[in-house]
Design a protein around this ligand. Structure first.
Ligand SMILES: Cc1cc2nc3c(=O)[nH]c(=O)nc-3n(C[C@H](O)[C@H](O)[C@H](O)COP(=O)(O)OP(=O)(O)OC[C@H]3O[C@@H](n4cnc5c(N)ncnc54)[C@H](O)[C@@H]3O)c2cc1C
Ligand code: FES
Length: 283
């Protein structure tokens, strides 16, 4: 059977960087303006390509003013500099053109979570893939119950999206709690790993949908707490996984976890799909 190539999924399309911003010492954001409509579900990712350098999977974050779907015509990527491609992307000025494939993967169940309370738990860069959930929900505030975001960082200098966090905090029925592992003299919020914030959070396990993204041990402890201490149903606990990506479309097997591909079956999974691999008791 002949292989079919969908433009934008198999072949990178050119897209211009219209703005860039430094978020912290090693994290920066770029805003892209794709030609024509580009819609995504919160939690999906794109493959960003630099000819002669390489291609990386990066979650889609909302551009300023977006509602978490791409409706504003722009998308954002918030990126940590860790290696060859991310370093090269960081060096590009506004106006540069890069390659984009996507959007890919299964995102957060924002439509299915309508009518429920949400608890979002992020660590470090995990805030980027959860930020479209915040914008999506706040743009449709009446459709959801209470929203609680718990966000953890290792040290205060790593905090990004301060202006967004202030705006989210000001929204009705919305609580944002921050934690740092190591405080400095200016830090006025919680000190401890993000999961210690559960001690001060009230949630109704029958009404709540949980979404978590960050380092795997953090997601594991979050899942264990919600499942075994709060009695939440595992089907309502969702995690976003990261694996080394190559094709992004389920062909190469690089991103496999057990029988599942992170690029097509995920990156967002319900706990029963992953519990065994995360070594959460009960799976
Ligand atoms: C679905 C998905 C969404 C992602 N979203 C984001 C995002 O929003 N922002 C962001 O900054 N990064 C994100 N990443 C991670 C990003 O893809 C990697 O950091 C990137 O591929 C590194 O490429 P590089 O060429 O700069 O580094 P390389 O030179 O390839 O590697 C540098 C170092 O990083 C390690 N590394 C490479 N890829 C990964 C990975 N996927 N996970 C863990 N370690 C890795 C390598 O082992 C090596 O130690 C995401 C990954 C996935 C799979
Ligand atoms: S990245 Fe190739 S199968 Fe997922």
């Amino acid at each position: 059977m002949a292989e079919t190539f969908a433009e934008g999924l198999d072949l990178p399309r050119p897209v211009r960087i219209v703005a860039r911003r430094r978020e912290s010492e090693d994290v920066f954001s770029i805003v892209l303006e794709p030609e024509g409509p580009f819609r995504y579900v919160p939690g999906q990712f794109n493959m960003l390509a630099l000819p002669g350098v390489g291609e990386v999977a990066i979650s889609i974050a909302p551009a300023p003013g977006d509602d978490g779907t791409g409706a504003c015509g722009r998308i954002q990527h918030t990126i940590r500099i860790v290696g060859r491609v991310t370093r090269a992307l960081a060096a590009l000025p506004a106006g540069a053109v890069i390659g984009l494939r996507g959007p890919f993967g299964r995102g957060w169940p924002v439509a299915e979570a309508r009518g429920r309370d949400l608890v979002l738990v992020s660590g470090g860069l995990g805030l980027a893939p959860l930020s479209p959930v915040m914008e999506y929900v706040l743009a449709r505030r009446g459709d959801y119950g209470r929203v609680t975001l718990l966000h953890g960082i290792r040290r205060p200098g790593e905090l990004f999206f301060r202006d967004r966090i202030d705006r989210w905090r000001a929204a009705p029925g919305t609580e944002v709690l921050l934690a740092t592992d190591h405080a400095d003299a200016h830090w006025q919020e919680h000190v401890g790993v993000v999961t210690t914030l559960f001690d001060v959070v009230e949630l109704d396990p029958q009404r709540t949908v949980a979404m978590t993204c960050g380092p795997e041990p953090m997601m594991r402890f979050t899942a264990i707490h919600l499942l075994h201490k709060r009695g939440m149903a595992p089907e309502r606990i969702f995690l976003s996984e990261e694996r080394n990506m190559q094709c992004g479309v389920g062909r190469c097997g690089h991103c496999q976890i057990g029988p599942r591909f992170v690029c097509t079956d995920g990156p967002v999974f319900a706990l029963p799909e992953l519990g065994r691999y995360l070594k959460v008791e009960g799976f």
